[in-house]
Structures are given as structure tokens and as C-alpha cells.
Design a protein around this ligand. Structure first.
Ligand code: GLU
Length: 521
């Protein structure tokens, strides 16, 4: 019988989840779903000095927002392998480190930080880098160089120690990576990594391998930055006698900056104005705020679609993928080895595609939230509860925007009379004829039973004909009088929505303001 498919996302709570981390979670999730398997969220917090308050809760909320739901793990209900936070599993790891010592695959090291620092300095002096390895360990203070009695003595006196992995000397370690194929690393390029620290905590390497084994993980799918650790993990599986249970590895390509040069970082987002975190994060130490995709009004479905295509390419030209589509079509075989360039403009385009899928009613409900969030809800309570009005605005604006909040930003005139007018255009175009046609049209609006778009449009044409003017020459000015803006939604639809009384008043007000402006000019 083949083993149940089990994958995990194992972030360290050292800060907010970067979009690359969410992509790792997504790929794991997709494969678990596709294979009817389990997807575990494990929090790797063995480096307590780097644990950041709020990061774990952030990770959980980010996954919830994205719809990437673990079947077991921290924040998602306990499962058969609880607990899922490594600091809560602390007691589990030492016996494995000790087992490795007994079987000759690890050793105690008693070197003080000062001694190691001195070695580093000395190596630097010789233009080389210090590594605790098969050569240097012979001259250092560890259970390989000390006698059994000396080691026992140090341990009984509770002297600080770490446990290091004893790398085999000059040996090729082979591993198969689903994305990268065959990978070989010689142990001479590695060092004797610490497995267990003097603070009584395992390091990432030991805890990660022990937990993957105990949690019966079948596939380790993680970022490329962990590829250098993989040979050590292979050796750990072997040394612990777990070779038969070793998971398959797949290391996902890096996310690259928009120009393709180097790894995508928070700084690129700050510089170029796009989010790199799924949700807004406030750094408690610096009070620095990083706006998230959610707060920039991305749909979570658009965000996961964007992430899926960072590194993975489908067989067809298809670009829009629902989660169900992804579950059906995603394969690691179609994930590239080389880095995936992030294109912030394309990201906006994706959101726009998802916005187009919304009904006007759904958009209207979202728009209400946007306006309330902008603290303008109370001012407009009546309009916000008028669903016909709200849906009509969405219908008029939906093709002009990429994000729902832009309907509010660009369509504020639906709710409020304009307070300013683009002076550069008025300077060029406003003249006595403009004042005449606007006044004439305002009068028609007051006196005629205009209701439909057509009423308003033919009314304006009639005004022009009566005054011997060309309506087309004054359309933009009419728009400016009504909306205060040079462009926007269909003008006569806007008139029909706002109604003849409001339109007449807006035009008269605008004529007066503009008259004053021009006097002053
Ligand atoms: N704790 C590691 C991280 O923060 C996990 C790496 C892995 O998946 O093995 O990304």
C-alpha cells in the first residue's frame, strides 16, 4: 500500500510571511488536495531569539485569508501528531541527538564562543573562512578530542555544550530533487552543523528532520534557500536509520525583483510601491507599517492565482486559475528551476480580472466596506443603503478600475459635489459660450422631465443647437461642472443616476465658482 501523502508548511515565526512563503504554502496545499492527502502547519520556533511577537498569529491569519487551509497544525485544530509548535515539542529532540552520539554520528563540543571567535579571526588572517569540520574538529574541544573521562567530567559539571553532526570526510552526498533532478554535494563543502544548542533547544536541522519523520511527511516542498541544507538532512535520515522514510524533496525557485536581478525583498516593494506581505504588518520594534495585499484590496483568489504562476507554468496559455483549477492542474514537474520574476503591473491585471468576475451586487457590498473603511460611511449612510444606487455606480465604474477602492477614489463625485475643478483645462477651454450653454442646460434640467440617459443627452444637444454651438466642444466642460474631473464614468448615465435636480444645482454652482476663479485669475 502506498503511503498517505503528507506535506507540511513549516515557517519560523520571525516576522510576517513574505509572498514567497505563501507560495510555498500554496504549492504544498495544492498537492495535498490533489492527492487526497494531509497538509500540516508546523511552527518552527526553535530559535527563540528570533521569534517575533505576533508572527505566528499573522501566519495563521494570512493562510486563512488566502484559503490555504491546513488539515492539521497550529491554529487549525490538533491532529494525531500534536503538538505542532516545536517549542512545545522541546523534550522530544535530545534523545535523537544522544542516539546520534552513541552511534558515532554526532559529538559534544565544548568550545566557548571566544575560542571559536579566535579561530575565525585566525582564519580570516590567512584569507580563509573558519569551518567546524572534519579537519578543524581534530584540534578543538569536543568529545572526539577529549578522553571519555574528560567528557563525563564536563557533563557532570554542567558545562555548556552543543551537539554537532559529525560529517563523513570527503564523501559525495546524493539526493534527488523533483524540480532540480540529481544533486550531489561533497561533504568537504559542508561543516559540522550544530544539532542541539546549549540553551536546551534543537537547531532547525535536527528539529526539522525529526519532526518530518515523526509527522510522517512524504514530500518536503520548500524554498530554494533550503537546498544547501538538504544534503545534511539526507545524512541525518541515514544516520538515524530512517532512510526508508526519507521524504521526496522539491526546492522551489526564488522570487526575483521586477527587473529580474536578485531576490525580491521588502525594500523592492517599498521602493516600487507594491506589497510583499499578504496582510498589513506593523513592526513593533520600529513601528514601521507594511501594507498587505489584502489592505491594497486584492482579492485573495487573485493573490493565490498570481502566486501560482510564480515558478509554475501550465500546459496551456491559461492564466486565470481558480483554486479548484490549480488543484487539478498543478504539478511540480512544471515548476521551473530558475527564479520567477515578479511583475507588479501584471499582479494588478490579475486583480482586475477577478474584479470583472464580480456581480454588481457583490462589488456594491465591497464598495460599502471601502467607504466605511475610509471613514466616510456616516456621511453617506442613506446612499450606502441604497442598493440600486450603489450597484449602478459599480456598473458604471467597473471597467475603469483594477481595485474596488478605486471606484470610491475615482467616483467620489457620485456621493459628494465637487469642490475643485481642474484649472488648467478651464484656463484653456472655458469661455462665454461655455457659460452660456451650461446655464441653458441647467435651465432645461430644471424645467424638463429628464429621467433617462437619452433625455439628458438629447437635452444637451438641444441646448447646443439652440445657441448655435457644437455640443461636442463642451462635453468635457459639462463633465467638469458635474464631477470636478476631466474623465470618468459615462457622463449622461451619471446624470441619470444623480437626477435632474442635483445636476442642475451642480452646474449652477460650478458656473459661479468658475466665474469667481476666472475673476481672480
Ligand atoms: N523553518 C524553515 C523556514 O522558516 C522551514 C524550512 C523547511 O521547510 O524545511 O522556512
Amino acid at each position: 500500500m502506498s503511503k498517505r501523502f503528507r506535506v507540511r508548511f513549516a515557517p519560523s515565526p520571525t516576522g510576517p510571511l513574505h509572498m514567497g512563503g505563501v507560495r510555498t504554502a500554496l504549492f504544498n496545499y495544492l498537492l495535498a488536495k490533489q492527492n487526497d492527502g494531509d497538509f500540516i502547519l508546523r511552527i518552527e520556533d526553535t530559535d527563540q531569539g528570533r521569534t517575533i511577537e505576533g508572527a505566528e498569529a499573522y501566519i495563521i491569519q494570512a493562510l486563512q485569508w488566502c484559503g490555504i487551509t491546513p488539515t492539521e497544525g497550529v491554529g487549525f485544530g490538533e491532529g494525531p501528531h500534536a503538538p505542532y509548535r516545536q517549542s512545545d515539542r522541546k523534550h522530544l529532540y535530545l534523545p535523537y541527538a544522544e542516539q546520534l552520539i552513541k552511534s558515532g554520528f554526532a559529538y559534544y563540543a565544548f568550545d566557548s564562543n571566544e575560542q571559536l571567535e579566535a579561530m575565525r579571526k585566525q582564519a580570516e588572517g590567512n584569507n580563509s573562512m573558519f569551518a567546524y569540520n572534519a579537519v578543524t574538529r581534530k584540534a578543538l574541544c569536543n568529545s572526539l578530542t577529549l578522553s571519555e573521562a574528560e567528557v563525563a567530567d564536563k557533563l557532570s559539571k554542567n558545562e555548556a555544550y552543543v551537539i554537532r553532526f559529525k560529517l563523513p570526510e570527503n564523501e559525495d552526498v546524493h539526493l534527488h530533487d523533483t524540480i532540480r533532478g540529481h544533486v550531489t554535494v561533497n561533504t568537504s563543502q559542508m561543516d559540522d552543523k550544530v544539532l542541539y544548542k546549549s540553551d536546551g533547544m534543537p537547531t532547525y536541522h535536527l528539529a526539522n528532520v525529526v519532526d518530518d519523520y515523526l509527522m510522517q511527511i512524504t514530500h518536503v516542498i520548500r524554498g530554494e534557500e533550503w537546498l544547501p541544507s538538504a544534503p545534511l538532512h539526507v545524512l541525518l535520515y541515514r544516520s538515524l536509520g530512517w532512510e526508508q522514510s526519507m521524504p521526496q524533496f522539491a526546492h522551489l525557485p526564488l522570487l526575483l525583483k521586477p527587473d529580474g536581478k536578485g531576490k525580491l525583498s521588502k525594500r523592492d516593494g517599498d521602493r516600487l510601491g507594491f506589497p510583499v506581505f499578504p496582510l498589513t504588518w506593523t513592526d513593533l520594534a520600529s513601528n514601521e507599517l507594511s501594507i498587505g495585499y489584502r489592505e491594497r484590496f486584492y482579492y485573495p483568489e487573485a493573490f493565490t492565482n498570481i502566486l501560482a504562476l510564480l515558478g509554475w507554468h501550465p500546459e496551456s496559455e491559461q492564466e486565470i486559475f481558480s483554486m479548484d483549477d490549480l488543484i487539478k492542474q498543478f504539478t511540480l514537474q512544471r515548476v521551473n528551476k530558475s527564479g520567477a520574476r515578479f511583475d507588479p503591473e501584471k499582479a494588478k491585471w490579475f486583480n482586475q480580472q477577478y474584479l470583472h468576475k464580480q456581480t454588481n451586487a457583490a462589488l456594491a457590498a465591497q464598495l460599502v466596506q471601502v467607504i466605511q473603511g475610509a471613514q466616510a460611511g456616516e456621511k453617506h449612510t442613506t446612499l450606502l443603503s441604497n442598493s440600486h444606487f450603489m450597484e449602478k455606480i459599480c456598473a458604471l465604474m467597473r471597467d475603469k478600475v483594477q481595485f474596488v477602492n478605486e471606484i470610491w477614489e475615482q467616483g467620489q463625485y457620485f456621493f459628494e459635489r465637487p469642490v475643485s475643478f481642474p484649472e488648467n483645462i478651464l484656463q484653456k477651454k472655458w469661455n462665454d459660450d461655455a457659460a452660456r450653454i451650461m446655464a441653458h442646460y441647467a435651465n432645461l434640467c430644471q424645467t424638463q422631465p429628464f429621467i433617462s440617459r437619452e433625455d439628458f443627452e438629447s437635452g444637451f444637444k438641444n441646448s447646443a443647437t439652440e445657441l448655435g454651438l457644437n455640443a461636442g466642444n463642451f462635453m468635457q466642460l459639462l463633465r467638469i461642472c458635474i464631477t470636478g474631473m476631466a474623465g470618468g464614468a459615462d457622463l449622461f448615465e451619471t446624470c441619470a443616476l444623480l437626477g435632474k435636480v442635483e445636476i442642475a444645482e451642480r452646474i449652477i454652482l460650478a458656473i459661479n465658482v468658475i466665474k469667481e476663479l476666472r475673476k481672480g485669475a
